[in-house]
Design a protein around this ligand. Structure first.
Ligand code: NAP
Length: 279
């Protein structure tokens, strides 16, 4: 008897709403490029059906999913196994449905942030000096965890709601220092890296108004916002001679570990992928 046909791997992105997600285009581009028989679909799941749906998805042939707003925190409690980094960050963006039926939750946002930074500014060194992080939400937690992990000596966190920044210091230790939001501009003089993790500057949101007079050309400036691709922060930084890193690259890189796990091939993040996702 001939061997049974292999199962076609399916993956997707779980959220609500999920129609805005670029992940189906991104994974679809890789599947097509590498000639992999597989599919990646958006899954808009209502809040009260989340747990039932997640338990059912492996039976339908799904090998895993990405998780987006508003479920990144909630899925931690629903997973059977949680990676150290997801646990530290307090959120997951990647779920792996294991053959033994267990759901493994991971967070690849910090990985995506660092890989994008390294790809865009290859000579960036963690030891170059302090990093300033604007914001203290979920994305900030991933960025701070990854910067600590690669050895940045000091991370200055400033957030409109100071207690949220204090929480980061409590969780991540004393390499994290907290500063008042109104004094954010004062932190730039000797920062080697500036990262905006707030939603300020995003299309439809308020503009980022942190004073940038102290920004010097040796500072690498990164914005997690990717709509628009060049935010006001990145434009001003570029005009001052700083190297800039946009948020789209992070989105592309954070998808790599999930794709590799689900579809069996480590995909490349390159100009063709960027164009496909921007189209
Ligand atoms: P979040 O948990 O809701 O945090 C939002 C952050 O923005 C908080 O620090 C919040 O400060 C701050 N903020 C919002 N409105 C503000 C205002 N008017 N003035 C000052 N601060 C304000 O969201 P998140 O998940 O961390 O995401 C933050 C941003 O990162 C979003 O734009 C998201 O799209 C982007 N992101 C990008 C990627 C990527 O791959 N490029 C990945 C993840 C997230 P308070 O604490 O004071 O409210």
């Amino acid at each position: 008897m001939s061997d049974p046909l292999p199962r076609i791997p399916l993956a997707g992105v779980v959220g609500s709403p999920v129609a805005h997600s670029r992940s189906p285009v991104l994974h679809g581009h890789w599947l097509h490029r590498y000639g992999i028989q597989g599919h990646y679909v958006p899954l808009d799941i209502a809040e009260d059906r989340l747990e039932t749906a997640l338990r059912l998805l492996p039976d339908l042939g799904l090998v895993g999913v990405n998780v987006t707003i508003p479920y990144k925190e909630r899925v931690l409690a629903l997973a059977d196994l949680v990676s150290d980094r997801a646990s530290l960050i307090g959120a997951a963006n990647t779920l792996i449905f294991r053959p033994d039926g267990k759901i493994h939750a991971d967070n690849t946002d910090g990985y995506g942030f660092i890989e994008n930074l390294r790809q865009t500014v290859p000579d960036w060194k963690p030891s170059a000096g302090p990093a300033t992080v604007l914001g203290a939400g979920g994305a900030a937690r991933a960025v701070v965890a990854s910067l600590l992990d690669v050895g940045v000596p000091e991370i200055r966190v400033t957030n409109r709601t100071r207690p949220r920044a204090e929480m980061l210091r409590e969780n991540f230790g004393n390499r994290v220092q907290v500063y008042d939001w109104v004094k954010a501009g004062n932190l730039l003089d000797d920062s080697a890296l500036l990262v905006n993790t707030t939603s300020l500057g995003m299309t439809g949101k308020a503009e980022m108004r942190v004073p940038l007079d102290g920004l010097h050309p040796a500072c690498v400036v990164s914005d997690l916002v990717y709509a628009p691709l060049e935010t006001r922060l990145l434009r001003i930084a570029r005009e001052r001679g700083c190297r800039t890193v946009d948020g789209l690259g992070m989105l592309l890189h954070q998808a790599v570990p999930g794709f590799e796990r689900w579809f069996g091939r480590r995909p490349d993040v390159d100009a063709a992928l960027r164009e496909a996702v921007l189209a």
